[in-house]
Design a protein around this ligand. Structure first.
Ligand SMILES: C[S@@+](CC[C@H](N)C(=O)[O-])C[C@H]1O[C@@H](n2cnc3c(N)ncnc32)[C@H](O)[C@@H]1O
Length: 306
């Protein structure tokens, strides 16, 4: 039996033993082909094959490929420097697919750096949407700008605000809140017993997440979409945050068909009962998706004052 820090979640994580076992396996590695620059995918497939790297198309997610061997330093290849590929885990595509960005829309990515989702939004819209990519950290925004430049993306404006205080102005069509979180979904243990991706934080993450989601909602137009995502299992950073919004604003949670296996949002946790609409949120587990753990709420702003 594998011991993990997730015993408190045993009651709701499906097939808990398989889940725990999966945390001992290395994380599969994926890339996205950047079609804004790479017009012939054979160029990438053949170029990487010459270096001993093989690609398997992830049929469920447009533009994504699993690479083998997993540990290959893909960020040192010519294909990476030319902006033809972007290393990105498959779950990270899901909030963008949920946002369903369309050319001509104005989209705010409230916690954007280093730009994995911003750049996928640009790719999905052929760089024909105006994206405002915000992050509170300048060092991470610098990485975002460098990524966008390498990928050949032009339709992005960057801003540096605490998202909770992002200035009110003309409303956006859509807002993505890929929130700072405890990152539990990235937890793995190596054969040597080393714990990967464990984050220690003294910050009150749920308080920050609630502030970000509320502001995102106020920044989107009536009928517009807010997607809230985290890579953690913790219900206090997921369902409880969405519950907080539902109690304060006129919102609807959309029931989505995600292309990877998912489970409904929880009805309750530790005796705390959540709004029944939260069952339309989606939870993703690493042993079922072969990727990191994830949570997504796709929210529509309704008219009215709440
Ligand atoms: C999960 S990461 C975002 C990853 C990014 N969406 C991507 O796909 O590349 C969370 C980001 O939120 C930023 N952040 C943390 N607190 C914030 C706040 N109060 N307002 C805005 N950004 C914040 C962090 O600097 C970090 O870059």
């Amino acid at each position: 039996m594998v011991t993990t820090p997730f015993e408190a979640y045993r009651s709701f994580i499906p097939d808990f033993e398989a889940f725990s076992q999966s945390l001992l396996e290395p994380l599969p590695m994926y890339i996205r082909i950047n079609r804004l620059k790479c017009l012939r995918e054979e160029r990438v497939i053949n170029g990487l094959a010459q270096k001993g790297v093989h690609l398997r198309s992830v049929t469920e997610i447009p533009d994504f490929y699993e690479i083998s061997p997993w540990g290959f330093p893909i960020g040192t290849t010519e294909e990476y420097y030319l902006g033809y590929i972007y290393p990105q885990t498959i779950n990270s595509a899901l909030p963008v697919l949920a946002l369903n960005p369309q050319p001509g829309e104005t989209i705010l990515d409230l916690c954007a750096a280093p730009g994995s989702k911003t750049s996928y939004i640009a790719q999905r819209t052929e760089d024909r949407t105006l994206i405002v990519a915000n992050d509170k950290r300048i060092d991470r925004l610098t990485a975002l700008v460098s990524n966008l430049k390498r990928l050949g993306i032009t339709g992005v404006v960057t801003t540096q605000y605490r998202g909770e205080m992002f200035p009110m102005g003309p409303p956006f069509d859509k807002v993505l809140v890929d929130a700072p979180c405890s990152g539990e979904g990235r937890y793995r243990i190596t054969k040597e017993g080393e714990v990967l991706y464990r984050k220690e934080t003294r910050t009150d993450l749920p308080a920050i997440q609630k502030g970000l989601l509320l502001r995102a909602f106020d920044l989107v137009k009536t009928g517009g979409i807010v997607v809230y995502s985290t890579c953690t299992f913790n219900p206090l950073e997921n369902e409880a945050v969405v519950d907080y919004l539902l109690n304060r604003r006129p919102a609807e949670i959309l029931k989505m068909d995600y292309p990877l296996p998912s489970h409904p949002g929880l009805k309750e946790f530790n005796g705390r009962v959540f709004d029944s609409r939260i069952s339309h949120c989606a939870r993703f587990y690493p042993h079922e998706t072969h990727s990191v753990g994830f949570f997504i709420a796709t929210i529509r702003r309704l008219s009215g004052s709440g």
